[in-house]
Design a protein around this ligand. Structure first.
Ligand SMILES: Cc1ncc(COP(=O)(O)O)c(C=O)c1O
Length: 441
């Protein structure tokens, strides 16, 4: 290597830092042998084809469906984003309106724009610095207020690990004849813990699962899971509408190998990991470092370090100084993804980081001030219109052409098609958003 390959070189330099990985992918570089490169094949007479799967890919999908308790599972080598696109396409084919939690990931917003879906937004309950949860009461109120809803789309778990009451929400959706679609990007492993909290097991009709985030699967490997009573004939076609015609056989094979592992010792490993995280949480509790309340993903470690005075850039630097790469440091919360592929040494670094964290007066974030902006045009119109990026200081009065979120996992302050009011512009500025893409005047 002569230093002329900037991306590859940077990754190798990063590897040399030997930080403990508490981010995706779930395998932490420890599950696959370099041998996996041998299977970088394409569609050949004996290797099947993803969008016309009838042989080995179909068998892998059947094994995945059995593992997750789905009627049908479809492999995505284009991440959970592709599974979300297919899920929304299937829902839109039924007609009617889609009720969508406002904390939707950008991939869902973009898919809705491309599909011409004009969602009815549903606000999560006050997250107090976290994303917050969609409550069954709010779902029922939305069905009452807006007749003709045929699907409800929510994200659970949230980035911070908060779980929605899927059982109650699915019951309400079914009462109104609607489907419950769950962006379960962060919760593939939930099916294998002591209590099965996977949304499919709790009544969801379709789930998009980013296997690579928490299970030993290569980045880009995901599943669209469809419940047994939901017709799935159109699902492949829905995925093919958005997916590459060259899906990676390496990624697809990694899903196959993961299914084998989860059918073997995987469950035991993930259950042991629950104890590991519970131990770390206990230390955090003793030190007065708060975590999200209510029902949460047992494997997600979210530490509200702002409550003990560790915020902003210092937060990230503190963890890096402890030899830890977090999934995300938003200045207030540090989010760590723990899997069985973290070594004892990795866990010890986190334990020490929690024990040694300097404790000082809390710094409280500003979470108030969000008002649902006024809609000027549909998502589709806004995303596909000619647009320009402008300073947030002169954005008031313009229509957003993109989402703007203070931090990726949060509730966007503005969605495409909504007017940026002076108050929203000020709030965005306060949250550190400097520029925004707007529809060209
Ligand atoms: C909540 C949520 N949904 C969907 C996605 C998209 O997943 P992927 O990166 O596998 O396409 C992400 C990615 O971070 C996410 O956080």
């Amino acid at each position: 290597m002569d230093g002329a390959s900037p991306l590859y070189d940077r990754l190798i330099q990063h590897e040399a830092l030997e930080r403990a990985s508490f981010h995706t992918p779930g395998h932490k570089g420890r599950f696959f042998s370099p041998d996996l490169l041998r299977v970088d094949y394409t569609e050949l007479p004996d290797t099947d084809a993803l969008y016309e799967a009838s042989d080995v890919i179909f068998r892998t999908e059947q094994r995945a469906a059995e593992l997750f308790g789905a009627g049908r599972s479809l492999i995505s080598a284009g991440g959970c984003s592709l599974a979300i696109q297919a899920m929304l396409r299937l829902a839109s084919m039924r007609g009617g309106r889609i009720l969508c939690a406002r904390n939707a990931h950008r991939s869902a917003v973009n898919a809705m724009a491309l599909l011409g879906i004009d969602p009815v937004w549903l606000m999560p309950d006050g997250g107090n610095g976290y994303t917050g949860r969609i409550s069954p009461e709010n779902v029922r109120a939305a069905f009452e207020a807006c007749p003709g809803i045929t699907a409800c789309y929510i994200t659970s778990p949230s980035y911070y690990g908060e779980l929605c009451d899927i059982g109650a929400i699915s019951g309400i959706c079914h009462e109104y004849g609607a489907l419950l679609l769950v962006d379960n990007a962060h919760g593939s492993h939930l099916a294998f813990l002591r209590e099965n909290r996977h949304p499919l097991a709790l009544g969801a009709d379709m789930t998009a699962c980013s296997l690579h985030k928490t299970l030993p699967v290569l980045t880009g490997g995901a599943l669209l899971n469809i419940a047994g009573n939901i017709p799935a004939q159109e699902a492949k076609q829905a995925m093919a509408l958005f997916g590459s015609t060259s899906p990676s056989y390496i990624i697809m094979s990694s899903i196959d190998l993961c299914v084998t592992y989860m059918n073997g010792m995987g469950r035991e490993d993930y259950r042991r990991c629950e104890d590991t995280v519970a131990g770390l949480r206990m230390i955090a509790d003793k030190r007065g470092i708060p975590r999200p309340g209510g029902e949460c993903d047992p494997l997600r470690l979210t530490l509200n370090t702002a409550a003990v005075g560790l915020t902003g850039q210092a937060q990230q630097e503190y963890f890096e100084g402890c030899g830890i790469d977090c999934e995300f440091c938003d200045g207030e919360n540090a989010v760590l993804i723990v899997t069985p592929f973290n070594t004892d040494g990795d866990i010890e670094r986190v334990r020490r980081a929690i024990l040694d964290m300097p404790i000082s007066a809390p710094v409280t974030g500003r979470h108030e001030g969000f008002v649902l902006p006024e809609k000027k045009m549909t998502l589709r119109e806004a995303v596909l219109s000619p647009s320009e990026e402008v300073s947030i200081l002169c954005a008031a009065g313009r229509t957003a052409a993109d989402t703007a979120c203070p931090c990726p996992p949060g509730v966007p302050l503005i969605m495409p098609g909504e007017e940026i009011s002076p108050e929203t512009a000020e709030l965005m500025h306060d949250k550190g958003i400097e520029r925004i893409r707007t529809v060209k005047c």
